[in-house]
Write a protein that binds this ligand. Structure first.
Ligand code: P6P
Length: 347
């Protein structure tokens, strides 16, 4: 068998765990703790996937009757997903603190037996969950930091680090197939869950996002409250100009992970700006914008809050929000230029 065919055959069935172990040797000195942390997250993702695939049969549709810290109606699946990830991280012992969209305060894990974990995980256990009952793709998002050396005890303060300090980030998209995509700062790789063997298989090695795209994702229902520069950018994208491949297409699923993943793979721009209802934007900095910002930058894209890099923001609170312009770098750059007034709809 030709070497290239042999390698392809091996790649075809490279599981996430095998991939992590292979990479671990590339990144000495590695204790294996980060690898075990990614494994723990992937185990929880498989359990959430199992619940998701039966959501229509088992009573996990609908709301718990409570609202989460954001004042948003909490879906039963939100809580279930949160519990699965907390349980997996507790059991794994590599994580010392969890920040979750579903929990007002950061959750320290140090009091668990033998838990001397060095990693902090911030996450949205199930983003876009209101879409579940209408069978639209949803996702999990996670961000990983080290416990800073000068913090003996894990605390919220230890978690409030800028996105540039992340040592890992990833998402799971529960769609037509279930994929886990993550980065540890050395590129982006995608793994598709093979339900026949219950393993994530390397399906999208070294993901790179296109420099430019023709799709943009924004809730145009909020158009009237957008700032002028953004209104010009949207009207510019809608102009009839075949030379520059305009008009572009709008693709807005209302599920950040699903919109982000499509734009990452095909090129495009996801926009959630400041609006009247959400003057700081709707998406959360620590467990939505930063992790997907890390992923998109590692894939050659860009992630801006409109006038600068999202990952350079110094966070003040666990659940703070930020405007988001994320995806193909040429489209993010244009967004910033329109917002600065350097371009108008007639350019
Ligand atoms: P809107 C889901 O609630 C979410 O956080 C993202 O997944 C999604 O892109 C966005 O909000 C949708 O918000 O205001 O357009 O319904």
């Amino acid at each position: 068998m030709k070497e290239s065919h042999r390698r392809e055959a091996i790649r075809q069935t490279l599981t996430l765990e095998q991939f992590i172990i292979d990479r671990q040797e590339d990144l000495p000195p590695s204790t294996g703790a980060f690898s075990r942390l990614i494994r723990d997250l992937s185990v929880a993702a498989k359990k959430v996937n199992s619940h998701m695939r039966r959501a229509g049969i088992v009573d996990v549709f609908g709301t718990t009757g409570d609202v989460n810290v954001q004042g948003e109606v909490q879906q039963k699946m939100d809580l279930l997903a949160h519990q699965e990830f907390v349980q997996a991280l507790k059991r794994g012992g590599e994580c010392c603190l969890i920040g979750s969209e579903e929990h007002a305060e950061a959750i320290p894990l140090r009091n668990e037996v033998g838990a001397d974990g060095k990693y902090i995980v911030l996450m949205d256990p199930l983003d876009g969950s209101s879409n579940i009952e209408v069978n639209v793709s949803v996702g999990t998002i996670f961000s990983i930091y080290r416990l800073p050396d000068d913090h003996e005890e894990p605390s919220l303060k230890a978690a409030l680090q800028p996105g540039v300090n992340q040592v890992g980030a990833g998402y799971v998209v529960y769609g037509s197939s279930t994929m886990l995509v993550y980065t540890s700062g050395f590129g982006v790789n995608g793994f598709t869950l093979d339900p026949a063997i219950g393993e994530f298989i390397l399906s999208h090695p070294n993901i790179r996002t296109p420099e430019n795209g023709r799709m943009y994702s924004v809730n145009e229902g909020n158009y009237n409250s957008f700032e002028t520069g953004l209104k010009h950018y949207i009207k510019w994208m809608q102009k009839d100009d075949p030379e520059s491949n305009r008009p572009y297409s709008t693709r807005y699923i209302g599920s950040f992970v699903a919109d982000f993943h499509r734009n990452l793979m095909k090129g495009g721009l996801y926009i959630y700006p400041a609006t009247e209802a959400n003057p700081n934007g709707k998406l959360r900095l620590m467990y939505e914008a930063n992790p997907l910002g890390f992923i998109v930058e590692q894939a050659g894209g860009a992630a801006s809050h409109g006038s600068g890099r999202i990952m350079e923001v110094q966070p003040e609170a666990l659940h703070e929000r930020t405007p988001v312009f994320m995806g193909s770098p040429a489209m993010v750059d244009l967004a910033e230029r329109f917002l600065r007034g350097e371009m108008t709809v007639n350019d």
